[in-house]
Design a protein around this ligand. Structure first.
Ligand SMILES: NC(=O)c1ccc[n+]([C@@H]2O[C@H](COP(=O)([O-])OP(=O)(O)OC[C@H]3O[C@@H](n4cnc5c(N)ncnc54)[C@H](O)[C@@H]3O)[C@@H](O)[C@H]2O)c1
Length: 350
C-alpha cells in the first residue's frame, strides 16, 4: 500500500449511485483509518452529492485519472456491472488495491482475464463485494456448521426475495445482478465448488412482459457431493429478505432476520421487513469496508471474496443462464485455481 500508517487510506470512489453513495458515507462515518479522497460518476451531480455526503473531497471527471492519481491509495468500484472488469484491470495496472462491487464482470471471459492479470502480477489487489460473508447471521450459520458440532454440511437452502423488479426482467439479468450473491453464499457456506446446475424460471403474474422470469429455482450440485437449492424471487411484493440454511448430518443452522423491534399495531404483533438490501445489510457493508481498509493498511489479503471468487460466481452464473434456456443439467467448468488464491483463513474459504 502507498499510504503511510499514520495517514488515513485515501479511497477513490467510482460510481456514486445508491450503492456507491452508501459506501462513501459508510467509509466517512464508520470506517477507521480511511477517507473518501475523490469521487467519479458519469453523472457529475451524483458524484458531487456523494462527495458532499462523505467529507467534501474533490470530484473527478475521468475514472482512469482517478485510478492513476497518486493522491488515491485504493479504489472502490460501484459503477454499473458492465464497467467492473475494465476498471478493475486499470487498478491492477496502476498497482492499486480495489474493492469491486459484485459482479466482477458480466461474462466469464472478462472475469477470467481479471484473474489471469492478478495471478500474473502475483499480488492480491482485488476484493469483491460479496458482503454477505460479513453479515453476522450468515457468519453464525457457517460457523455452526463448520464447528463440526452438527456434522458435515449436506445441503444449502437459500431464499432471496426483492420487493419489486423492473418490468420485463429476464432470468439472465437476475442471475447476473442478483443471484450471484446466492451462488457465492452457497460456495462459501459449503467450502466447495459447484460442479453442475439446473435452473427453472417462471413469470409470477400474467400482467408482466411475456419474457419476464422473475422467480427462479436454482439447483446446484457440488464437487464432493453437497447440494444447494436457491429461490430467487425479485417481485415478492412484501419487502426484501434473504435467508440461508445449512442442513448438516446431525442438525441444521438457519439465519434469523436481524429484527430490531417487535411492533404491535393494527391488531397484529410482527417484525417489519426491510425494504431493500441497503437497510438489511448495512452492518455487513460497514464490516466489509472496515476489513478491506484494515487488510490494505496491514499489508495482508482481504478475508472476504477474491477475484477468484468473482470468477467462480460468474462461471456458475453463466452455467445457470445456459441451464435456464436449455432446461438441462449443465456442467460448470472452472479453470485450475491459481496458487495466489489459496484461502487466507477459514473465513475466506473456499
Ligand atoms: N453488494 C451489494 O449488495 C450491492 C447492492 C446493490 C448494488 N450493487 C452493485 O453496485 C453497483 C452499482 O449499483 P447501484 O445500485 O448503486 O446502481 P445505481 O444505478 O444506483 O448507480 C449506478 C451509478 O453509476 C453511474 N454510472 C453509470 N455509468 C457509469 C460509468 N461508466 N462510470 C462511472 N459511473 C457510471 C450512474 O450515474 C449511477 O450514479 C452495481 O454493480 C451493482 O451490481 C451491489
Amino acid at each position: 500500500m502507498t499510504a503511510s500508517v499514520s495517514q488515513p487510506l485515501a479511497v477513490g470512489l467510482i460510481g456514486a449511485g445508491g450503492m456507491g453513495t452508501r459506501h462513501a458515507v459508510n467509509l466517512h462515518r464508520f470506517v477507521p483509518g480511511a477517507r473518501v479522497a475523490a469521487v467519479y460518476d458519469l453523472d457529475a451531480d451524483r458524484a458531487a452529492h456523494a462527495a458532499a455526503q462523505s467529507g467534501g473531497g474533490p470530484v473527478c471527471d475521468d475514472p482512469l485519472q482517478l485510478i492513476q492519481d497518486p493522491a488515491v491509495d485504493a479504489v472502490l468500484i460501484a459503477s454499473p456491472d458492465d464497467t467492473h472488469a475494465r476498471l478493475t484491470l486499470a487498478c491492477l495496472a496502476a498497482g492499486k488495491p480495489v474493492l469491486c462491487e459484485k459482479p466482477l464482470a458480466t461474462g466469464v471471459a472478462d472475469a477470467a482475464a481479471v484473474v489471469e492479470a492478478e495471478a500474473a502480477l502475483g499480488r492480491r489487489l482485488i476484493s469483491v463485494g460479496f458482503m454477505r460473508r460479513f453479515d453476522a447471521e450468515h457468519v453464525a450459520v457457517r460457523s455452526a456448521a463448520h464447528s463440526g458440532a452438527i456434522g458435515a454440511p449436506l445441503l444449502f437452502k437459500g431464499v432471496h426475495r426483492n420487493a419489486t423488479a423492473a418490468f420485463g426482467v429476464t432470468g439472465a439479468t437476475i442471475l447476473i445482478n442478483s443471484a450471484g450473491h446466492d451462488l457465492d453464499s452457497a460456495r462459501w457456506m459449503l467450502s466447495a465448488e459447484v460442479a453442475e446446475v439446473r435452473v427453472r424460471g417462471l413469470r409470477s403474474r400474467a400482467d408482466l412482459h411475456a419474457d419476464t422470469r422473475d422467480l427462479l429455482a436454482v439447483e446446484l450440485a457440488f464437487a464432493g457431493g453437497a447440494l444447494a437449492v436457491i429461490e430467487v424471487f425479485v417481485n415478492a411484493g412484501y419487502g426484501y429478505e434473504v435467508t440461508a440454511e445449512l442442513v448438516c448430518q446431525s442438525g441444521t443452522a438457519v439465519s434469523q432476520q436481524p429484527d430490531r423491534a417487535l411492533v404491535r399495531a393494527q391488531g397484529q404483533r410482527g417484525f417489519p421487513v426491510p425494504s431493500d438490501w441497503l437497510s438489511r445489510f448495512q452492518e455487513a457493508y460497514v464490516i466489509e469496508l472496515t476489513e478491506w481498509v484494515a487488510s490494505i493498511r496491514e499489508g495482508r489479503a482481504f478475508t472476504g471474496a477474491s477475484a477468484w471468487d468473482g470468477l467462480a460466481a460468474m462461471t456458475v452464473t453463466n452455467a445457470c443462464i445456459q441451464a435456464l434456456t436449455s432446461g438441462a443439467v449443465t456442467p460448470v467448468q472452472l479453470p485450475q485455481r491459481p496458487g495466489l488464491y489459496e484461502p487466507v483463513n477459514n473465513a475466506a474459504a473456499p
